[in-house]
Design a protein around this ligand. Structure first.
Ligand SMILES: Cc1cc2nc3c(=O)[nH]c(=O)nc-3n(C[C@H](O)[C@H](O)[C@H](O)COP(=O)(O)OP(=O)(O)OC[C@H]3O[C@@H](n4cnc5c(N)ncnc54)[C@H](O)[C@@H]3O)c2cc1C
Length: 456
């Protein structure tokens, strides 16, 4: 690296503080009051179901917009996971401990925390039931239960097989327990592939399910960072074995990314890589782990493809307790997910119930960045509902995916269904090292120290 480069990079990293501050304060959604003034002083009872990304931010923000409300958060996980960091564990750049904090340390003191499992919702009675306390009533309910994985929807596969027989999933975690193994499993998987590829041609299949998924773009990280690892780049600095690697990327639909212009950038990158073949309209139906054969449904035909290594993004669905509740969509493409107005985030039938995070039955929006934007909407809309006023805020579908194009470069894809929603006024379609630095060094710290406290 020449001196000029060194200087400019160092200067830029120094400027990162300013940059992240502006990122945190910038307005990418239609939210205009990120640090709102209290909007209701009434003494009401708010229950928040779930203590992941969405529930925790909602608790912090509602504590400000409804300062006299009694807020109870119900979630069993004593450890809080920064799930976005699991990919950096897989890439050998974080350890899993970096992604974990005690829930108690992140939660505002005035929020009551019940470390319990919700076992039923009764919105007609304004109550829910937990495994320990029984029935709990509320004036307002905020649902933030996230999603559960359903590996078993793939014949021959179950969650205990992840990490065995050359099968990995960087997604592997348990939000109810607050534990994650996916990063370490995938790190080991990459190492095993390297060893295999030193001797012979190695076929890897990466799959995505036909359900909504959280953390859109994570499979692309596996492909691109994987290739760099096999080239001997990143923290590994080993022999280049990439000539022996063949990746297939099996997608049930016919696009690499849910927003066309980002798809185009990613498609170009995939063509440059040369060893990645997209398999469009290929839905993983079955895995024969013993014989290393993955069976796909493609154009109504079953196709068997042999692999040496398999990475699976699990099918996802709303947690059972929610799927079975009156708050869920009964049928249609969001069956089991929360039936909210996609803009106000208020339940369509029960007007004292709001929702945010992965549980929502809306297109896109299953990212931590979306939960952050949705919490801003709920902060003001719920306070307005308490005051019997019209709901002032509307979520615009903001979704974010920092696609790790290579070690040292990220394509910061910020978008909704209709358009790109870049936080910064620079070309959003260009991968940049500065987004990598932000993603790797700034976002996790900002997540724990600012986002969790409703400060960004
Ligand atoms: C590998 C990976 C990479 C990702 N990458 C990114 C990224 O780069 N950028 C990004 O923005 N997002 C990313 N995400 C997505 C992001 O982590 C999620 O969108 C976000 O965590 C959603 O928050 P949530 O609160 O809705 O759900 P979660 O954070 O999953 O929390 C769910 C909560 O509900 C609780 N719960 C569930 N059932 C019950 C019950 N019956 N009773 C009580 N509590 C219950 C759980 O204990 C937990 O507290 C990634 C996710 C993964 C797994």
């Amino acid at each position: 690296m020449n001196t000029q480069n060194k200087l400019s990079r160092r200067d830029a990293i120094k400027a990162m503080g300013t940059l992240s501050a502006s990122l945190l304060l910038s307005t990418s959604a239609q939210a205009t009051t990120k640090l709102s003034q209290p909007a209701s002083h009434k003494k009401v009872k708010i229950v928040i179901a779930g203590g992941g990304t969405a529930g925790m931010i909602a608790a912090a923000r509602l504590g400000r917009s409804a300062p006299n409300a009694h807020i109870t958060l119900i979630a069993p996980n004593k450890t809080h996971l920064y799930q976005s960091g699991q990919m950096f564990v897989a890439a050998g750049l974080y350890i899993q401990d970096d992604n974990e904090r005690k829930t108690a340390e992140l939660l505002e003191d005035k929020v009551e925390w019940l470390k319990e499992h919700i076992i039923a919702f009764h919105p007609k009675n304004n109550s829910l039931t937990t495994d320990k306390s029984g029935d709990i009533s509320y004036d307002y309910l905020v649902v933030a239960l996230g999603v559960e994985y359903n590996y078993e929807a793939i014949e021959g596969l179950n969650k205990d097989m992840i990490g065995k027989d050359c099968i990995a999933s960087v997604y592997a975690n348990d939000t109810l327990e607050g534990s994650a193994t996916g990063g370490d499993i995938t790190d080991q998987w990459f190492k095993e592939i390297r060893r295999h590829a030193q001797k012979k041609k190695t076929k890897i299949i990466c799959t995505e399910p036909n359900t909504p998924i959280k953390g859109v773009g994570t499979s692309l990280d596996i492909l691109f960072l994987g290739n760099d690892i096999f080239r001997g780049k990143g923290p590994f600095s080993k022999r280049n074995v990439v000539k022996n690697i063949e990746f297939s990327f099996a997608k049930p639909d016919n696009t690499l990314f849910p927003f066309t212009k980002f798809h185009t950038v990613i498609e170009k990158k995939i063509k440059q890589e040369k060893n990645i073949t997209p398999l469009y309209e290929h839905q993983l139906k079955a895995v024969d782990a013993k014989n290393k054969i993955a069976t796909f449904l493609s154009n109504n035909k079953k196709i068997d493809i042999a692999y040496d290594f398999l990475h699976v993004v699990p099918p996802m669905r709303a947690p059972k307790v929610f799927r079975d509740s009156p708050l869920a969509f009964k049928d249609g493409k969001y069956q089991g997910y929360m039936n909210v107005d996609a803009q106000t985030l208020c339940h369509k039938e029960y007007k004292n119930v709001f929702g945010l995070g992965d549980i929502l039955g809306i297109s896109l929006g299953k990212t931590g960045g979306s939960a952050q934007e949705q919490a801003i909407i709920i902060q003001d809309n719920l306070a307005a509902a308490i005051e019997n006023k019209p709901l002032p805020m509307q979520y615009n579908g903001y979704t974010v995916s920092p696609v790790k194009i290579k070690f040292g470069e990220v394509l910061l894809a910020e978008f909704n269904e209709k358009k790109a929603l870049p936080t910064f006024w620079i070309d959003p379609y260009k991968p940049r090292w500065i987004w990598w630095e932000l993603n790797l060094h700034v976002m996790r710290k900002a997540y724990f120290s600012l986002m969790m406290r409703g400060m960004m």
